[in-house]
Design a protein around this ligand. Structure first.
Ligand code: NAP
Ligand code: GDP
Length: 317
């Protein structure tokens, strides 16, 4: 095959910006042309706009990141919108990729779409084994359908469409909006404001739920590996080890240290805890890449806080 034209949907988001940086910093190859697109280039909920985007760029490969995304509290408010927008986006992207003869598509699921009642650790075989947590069922069912579609496109048309399953992602260019965003960017923004206003930091919920966090720049390197080397239709979990899972309280403590916050810290247990945990196994990833080095959590938190402090004016918030 001649050079690859790699279209990245959701190229302006947390994960898209990380892939762009990793490619620019030396991971890109001379035979690869990378095209990063955002919603201003095409509204992917529209089938016509999506097809026009694919006809314009004629990609040979696609990393499909675009999605309606949000933290626990945004998901609880808009389950219907999460379901419909993401079903439309995913169907439009996968079908345009099929129609235009794209060689490979890597789409993005999430560990929060797994069954709520389950055994741990969760692995790739368990996506459809039971209902997801009620807080984000719209997002979860829409994301699960990507895996169903990937198998159907493979069986009926031989398409090489696959997916990855990251745990909670964080890093530069995240959505730092306190109401809508995920826990780490939300807490970083809250600490920033608490420092400025001399007010306490409010951690929502009990602080007891547990999460595996992956740094966006580590995830970006893994995405590029999947695009080049991973040839299964079945998904692969991209996660740090089970031993690296931390409580929300411990995660908040890392942010407090990185931001050098000396004020009072309180827990607002009137707010939801969401899913208690979703501990995922990275054994499949480790079978392929036994030596992959993840950035230590405290270093990644420090880099993200530094980025937010230096880019406060432009950051999404
Ligand atoms: P993000 O920062 O919110 O970025 C979302 C991206 O999707 C943006 O580029 C946005 O474009 C684009 N987008 C949204 N609606 C669109 C539409 N209708 N048409 C075209 N583009 C649209 O999200 P992210 O955290 O990078 O997430 C990337 C992928 O990772 C998603 O599939 C998400 O489900 C998955 N994921 C995320 C996490 C996490 O913790 N963040 C965890 C697991 C999986 P604009 O900037 O133009 O709006
Ligand atoms: P999830 O991992 O999909 O549940 O989504 P989040 O990234 O939004 O994390 C939610 C967890 O963090 C819940 O246990 C919340 O109670 C807790 N949490 C604590 N403070 C915050 C905050 O400021 N924002 C968010 N989104 N969650 C918070």
């Amino acid at each position: 095959m001649e050079g690859k034209r790699i279209l990245v949907t959701g190229g302006s988001g947390l994960v898209g910006k990380a892939i762009e940086k990793v490619v620019a910093d030396g991971e890109g190859r001379p035979d690869e042309q990378w095209i990063f697109v955002a919603s201003k280039d095409a509204d992917l909920t529209s089938a016509a706009d999506t097809k026009a985007l694919f006809e314009k760029h004629k990609p040979t490969h696609v990393i499909h990141l675009a999605a309606m995304v949000g933290g626990l509290f945004r998901n609880m408010k808009y389950n219907l919108d999460f379901l419909r927008n993401n079903l439309h986006i995913n169907d439009n992207v996968l079908h345009s990729a099929y129609e235009l003869g794209v060689h490979k598509v890597v789409s993005c699921l999430s560990t929060c779409i797994f069954p709520d009642k389950t055994t741990y650790p969760i692995d790739e075989t368990m996506i459809h084994s039971g209902p997801p947590h009620t807080s984000n069922f719209g997002y979860s069912y829409a994301k699960r359908m990507i895996d169903v579609q990937n198998r159907a496109y493979y069986e009926q048309h031989g398409c090489q469409f696959t997916s990855v399953i990251p745990t909670n992602v964080f890093g530069p260019h995240d959505n730092f909006n306190i109401e809508d965003g995920h826990v780490l960017p939300g807490l970083i923004h809250k600490v920033y404001s608490a420092k400025q206003d001399g007010t306490p930091l409010s951690i929502w919920g009990t602080g007891k739920p547990r999460r595996q966090f992956i740094y966006s720049l580590d995830l970006a390197r893994l995405f590029i590996w999947v695009l080049r080397e991973y040839n299964e239709v079945d998904p692969i979990i991209l996660s740090v080890g089970e031993e690296d899972e931390v409580s929300i309280k411990e995660a908040a403590e890392s942010i407090v240290a990185a931001m050098d916050f000396k004020g009072e810290v309180i827990f607002d247990s009137t707010k939801s805890d969401g899913q208690f945990k979703k501990t995922a196994s990275n054994s499949k990833l480790r079978r392929y890449l036994p030596d992959f080095q993840f950035t230590p959590f405290s270093k990644a938190v420090q880099e993200t806080c530094d980025w937010f402090n230096s880019n406060y004016a432009q950051a999404r918030k």
